[in-house]
Ligand binder design. Structure first.
Ligand code: C2E
Ligand code: CA
Ligand code: CA
Length: 710
């Protein structure tokens, strides 16, 4: 801290008196003398300065010293400035008393004793400097209290406010004059303290004393406008006594609490539906299961998967998709009890947790209700949207089932529900386990394979007996060659699983990409230019509203004549006669692709399709071909197909010809195109050229052989 100069005002009309005084006071350090030769000059000096001391001569012309002193003492700014009167040597007691009356605090009689003057003034300077220091410290402390940004209040030991900083006034929404003297309880509210305490203040007083340090406490302020908000108090005892006065720092934490609440909510609830999120659900499930173990009760878990949600999302956009999920959440909440927990686990997967479910029947009843509820149309953006849900239920057994098992069981039951045609529920029974577990495993693995684009595609040749050469190939997806020990899965097994989930769409897309690349590469060589390539389309793909868009996004990356690409469809694609699918098929036809009716003879085999849909090719199923030689009925049927095909100008491909007998039977029926192991197994694309070349060599040999015979 810088030492301030103490200013001394010397008021005397006689110049040499002033000079003499200044000489006497010369030894004083940190002082500055200001001289005034009259009362009025003294007053004007007071306007601009603060003085540590005024030495004031009594006898002056004009205004005398008494009048000046009286005026000075009556001003607010200077009433505490010490005045020492310099009185004449013959002053009476009355004169001296008068000096005190008008505000002087001391007097010196002339002629002035220089030692007394010096020491007296020195004392006043000392007092002034101590005062300056105290003022400085006080203002510094106040600045710190203000800068703290917190409310600071000092309470006496009864809880009355003695000091309050301006931040606290702001938080109380009141003036310090209204606050000083009021009681802690007039402003702060908190949870009822334990009964042994009179009120919140004594409670805090005691706790603060006990801890010896400070006590933090969340309380509510009830401000002057009756607005309530949360504050955090830090209380410190002012002394070490039991019922000490207390200093309380406090700040508004309502924004912080709100933020904390929001973060807690975000961490535990799904932002879209406001249902519990996956993490929260798992916590609840763990807790429910430990309760069930303790109380020997049961926990029921329902896993829900929306059927056809992806289609809505893809065709109507994510906004509608999001709204749909919100509506589903609302419907679920509407039918659950307070104690049941509904969660969104991600995407279109939901879960429901029920405790104290009396019996499986209750849970099944609920599942049934949910299935019905979700299947009722939703009205979104003026559109009626229908979806369905499949539900898998599992039930804990005698408090022994752990979380992972309960979820696994519900998952298995969910697969069963989906396999059973969806829009239904299944309760887990142990018999489900093995099959469904395997399915779940394949699906999970397939998801990863597709994500990494690791699927392989093999190509099986289609052989024309007439030309004695391969005329085309069929692209068949293959499980990739994977880490040792992993058993490859056949498409007959994983395609239906892909169809049950949404994986079939990406699978189909990836196969199509690979097939188109092969077809494009064939255009560069005369040996392969003539070949057609068939790609299988699942009914699920045809039903997807974005199918044609995705197809176009693939086609625009390649160049080849569209008629070289054949799409193979099975009857299941148009079994429900959906207008949408029929339009899609017609669109494919009008774009120039060839269309093949696959697996003919296995399904309903309604000949109607042949009449109404623009197929170019019929593929007779392997099962038929197998029975050809032995079963007359089969032969008659194939014969009929051949006739119809001819009438409609369609090609026929016999599938699965494996041996000479089958080949002979097929030939007898005048079926010219054959796809079967007899001519070619499905092979990787790298082996196609070699296969064509081998066939060419054989043909040449036969040709030269026949030439020689002739
Ligand atoms: P599919 O479309 O009827 O394909 C013909 C199936 O018969 C292929 O089985 C093929 O390897 C097999 N096959 C051909 N000739 C013979 C033969 O002489 N003997 C025997 N025993 N089998 C023969 P794969 O590759 O196992 O495919 C099974 C089914 O999986 C396919 O039947 C098709 O429905 C489906 N699939 C395969 N790839 C795809 C694909 O990329 N997309 C779709 N959606 N489905 C596919
Ligand atoms: Ca096929
Ligand atoms: Ca087939």
């Amino acid at each position: 801290m810088d030492l301030q100069l103490s200013k001394i005002l010397v008021v005397d009309d006689i110049q040499h008196n002033r000079f003499a005084i200044s000489k006497v006071l010369q030894p004083l350090t940190n002082t500055q003398l200001v001289e005034a030769c009259s009362g009025s000059q003294a007053l004007s000096e007071l306007l601009n300065n603060e003085f540590a001391l005024i030495l004031l001569d009594v006898n002056m012309p004009g205004m005398d010293g008494y009048e000046v002193a009286e005026l000075i003492s009556s001003t607010k700014a200077h009433k505490h400035t010490p005045i020492v009167m310099l009185t004449a040597h013959d002053s009476s007691t009355n004169d001296i008393l008068r000096a005190y009356e008008v505000g002087a605090i001391d007097y010196l009689t002339k002629p002035i004793d220089s030692t007394i003057l010096l020491n007296k003034v020195r004392q006043f300077v000392k007092i002034n400097q101590l005062q300056n220091k105290a003022n400085y410290l006080k203002s510094e402390r106040e600045a710190i209290l203000e800068a703290a940004g917190q409310g600071v209040i000092k309470f006496n030991n009864k809880g009355n406010i003695q000091f309050i900083n301006s931040k606290a006034c702001q938080l109380f929404n009141a003036d310090s004059s209204e606050i000083i003297g009021s009681h802690f309880n007039d402003w702060f509210e908190g949870e009822e303290p334990e009964p042994e305490y009179d009120d919140l203040f004594t409670y805090l007083q005691s706790k603060t004393h006990e801890s010896g340090l400070y006590q933090q406490f969340i309380s509510t302020i009830n401000d002057a406008n009756n607005k309530k908000y949360s504050v955090e108090l830090t209380c410190t005892s002012a002394t070490k006594q039991v019922n000490s006065s207390m200093i309380v720092l406090f700040q508004d934490i309502s924004a912080r609490l709100e933020m904390e609440q929001r973060l807690i909510h975000l961490a535990n609830y799904d932002a879209l539906t406001q249902l519990a999120n996956r993490a929260n659900f798992h916590d609840n499930l763990s807790r429910a299961l430990s309760r069930a173990t303790r109380l020997n009760t049961t926990v029921v878990l329902l896993l829900l998967d929306l059927d056809r949600f992806k289609q809505v999302n893809d065709s109507l956009g994510h906004d509608v998709g999001d709204e749909l999920l919100q509506e589903v959440a609302k419907r679920l909440k509407s039918i659950l009890r307070e104690s049941d927990i509904a969660a969104r686990l991600g995407g279109d997967e939901f879960a429901i947790l029920i405790e104290e479910c009396q019996s499986s029947i209750d849970a099944e009843q609920l599942a049934k209700k949910i299935v019905t509820l979700i299947s009722k149309p939703f009205l979104l953006k003026d559109k009626e949207i229908s979806i369905e849900t499949s539900i898998g239920l599992s039930r804990s057994v005698h408090g022994k089932t752990d979380k992972t098992t309960l979820i696994k069981w519900a998952d298995i039951a969910l697969y069963e529900a989906k396999s059973a045609g969806r829009n239904c529920y299944k309760l887990f029974v142990p018999a489900m386990s093995e099959h469904a577990q395997k399915t779940a495993q394949i699906q999970n693995r397939l998801r990863v394979i597709i994500e990494r684009d690791e699927l392989d595609v093999h190509y099986q040749g289609q052989f024309c007996i007439q030309t004695n050469s391969f005329v085309g190939f069929e692209a068949l997806v293959r499980w990739p060659k994977l880490a040792s020990g992993e058993v490859p899965v056949s498409p007959a097994e994983f395609i239906p699983i892909a169809e049950q989930s949404h994986l079939i769409h990406d699978l189909g897309y990836q196969v199509l990409m690979k097939a188109c690349a092969v077809l494009q590469s064939w255009q560069k060589s005369a040996d392969t230019q003539h070949l057609t390539l068939a790609v299988n389309l699942s009914a699920k793909q045809l039903n997807a509203h974005d199918f044609l868009d995705r197809l176009e996004s693939v086609l625009c990356q390649f160049e080849f004549p569209f008629k070289k690409l054949t799409f193979e469809l099975t009857e299941s694609a148009f079994l429900n006669n959906s207008d949408y699918v029929i339009k899609t098929i017609q669109r494919l036809k009008s774009m120039g692709f060839s269309l093949a009716l696959d697996d003919f003879g296995t399904g309903y085999s309604s000949l109607n399709y042949l009449q109404n849909l623009p197929f170019d090719i019929i593929k007779i199923d392997r099962d038929f071909i197998k029975r050809l030689g032995f079963c007359k009925k089969t032969s008659a049927l194939v014969q009929a197909i051949m006739t119809i095909a001819k009438a409609f100008n369609m090609d026929v491909v016999a599938e699965g010809v494996e041996n000479d007998i089958q080949l002979a039977s097929v030939k007898k029926l005048k079926c010219n195109k054959i796809q079967g192991f007899y001519f070619s197994k499905p092979i990787p694309k790298e082996q196609i050229k070699a296969l064509l070349l081998a066939n060419h060599t054989v043909n040449n040999e036969i040709h030269s052989l026949t030439a020689k015979v002739q």
